[in-house]
Design a binder for this molecule. Sequence first.
Ligand SMILES: Nc1nc2c(c(=O)[nH]1)N[C@H]1C(S)=C(S)[C@@H](COP(=O)(O)O)O[C@H]1N2
Ligand SMILES: [Mo]
Length: 401
Amino acid sequence: MPSPWWLIALIPLLAGGVLLFLRGPLLRRHPGLGAVLRHGRWPRGYNLAHAAFIIAFPVLMLSGVALYVEAWHRALIAWLGAIESVHAWLGIGFAALVLLALGGVPMAPRRPRWVDWIITTLLTTLLTLSGFALWLPGRFPASWDAVAFAVHGWLAYAWMAWLLLHALLRLFSFQSQHPLNARFDYVRRNALLGAAGAAAAGTGLLTLAGKGYQSWTAWGRNNGTAGWKGRRFPAYYTFTGDYPEIDAKTYRLRVEGLVHTPLELSLAEIEALERYQTQRDFVCVTGWSVPKVDWTGLRLATLLAKAGAHAEATHLIFHSADGTYVDQLTRAQAEEPGVMLAYRIGEVPLAIEGGYPLRLVVPTMYGYKSVKWVNRVVLAREGITGTWERYGYADNARLTG
Ligand SMILES: Nc1nc2c(c(=O)[nH]1)N[C@H]1C(S)=C(S)[C@@H](COP(=O)(O)O)O[C@H]1N2
Ligand SMILES: [Mo]
């Protein structure tokens, strides 16, 4: 997904909405603003709804980004629940109003262009439907969630592009004889506003085109039903902001703490120990999922048996070669089927971004439990608080449903 800095492009929209809301008093004080702010002969309710949309839209985009970009999570984690509620309910309200207004449009005496009507209705409907799938995680199959995530993100951007286009069309291709526009002083329409909108749209669209191509190809590769064979997930997370590059020749996995035989295993030794294969969905708490990942790896149960875990070892602590990220499982969780240290997806080793050479995979839990670049497993009597858990995520990361 594209990086969020280009959301700056939303600021003119937000400002526009605020201006529309305040236009009564503003027009009284500065009649010169009439060229920009007057809204033809719309009924007052339409004017208010229009301004409300323009304000709601940036709020939706920004809260949406806060929900899916983990770098934002770190700063906002205490408010994530509230942000999600605002996003979901504002989104539902937004969609309800748009669809209500547009539903009445074909009968209305003054209607917008059909193209406006169709595009807006379509975008809003699909955005709302995919939003529901994301809002209620676990209620739908992971493959639906994966599609919903991609669709929701791209539709939001499409909405934004459409809004900017719509604003530009209104500014530059004015039908002065249209009843809606009869009182609009189009001769004095504000070229500055248009230029700002074009700059914002250009920035946004160019960023999207570049980044979009990357994530689209990554996502597109997984569209078959055969399962995830490629190396790239739709998103990569790195708490440290960096990806450790590990030399497979010198890499060692250490298993220590309450074990009879501390281990220090090379990658070749790990692969020789076990080639356990399983196909599992991978689900991040931020909403994206990767259905049917074909993992190959070493089960923790196998590793524990080899190291000879002491009876009092109740917790496993997983350290990452990034030097920062840690998380823990109880021993019972670690011994569940499918919990493993994976070294392959499909036929290929993990990507560096994806935890090469070895990552934890806990299929029944959210992705933040699946520590990447694991180089040390410590067996202990007590657990620790994992990296994300310190910021407020639940230690019990079980997926519902
Ligand atoms: N070392 C390390 N492991 C990590 C993370 C991280 O930032 N650092 N992010 C976690 C989170 S929140 C998720 S969703 C998954 C993402 O896996 P991916 O980057 O392969 O998509 O890795 C998890 N393991
Ligand atoms: Mo995550």
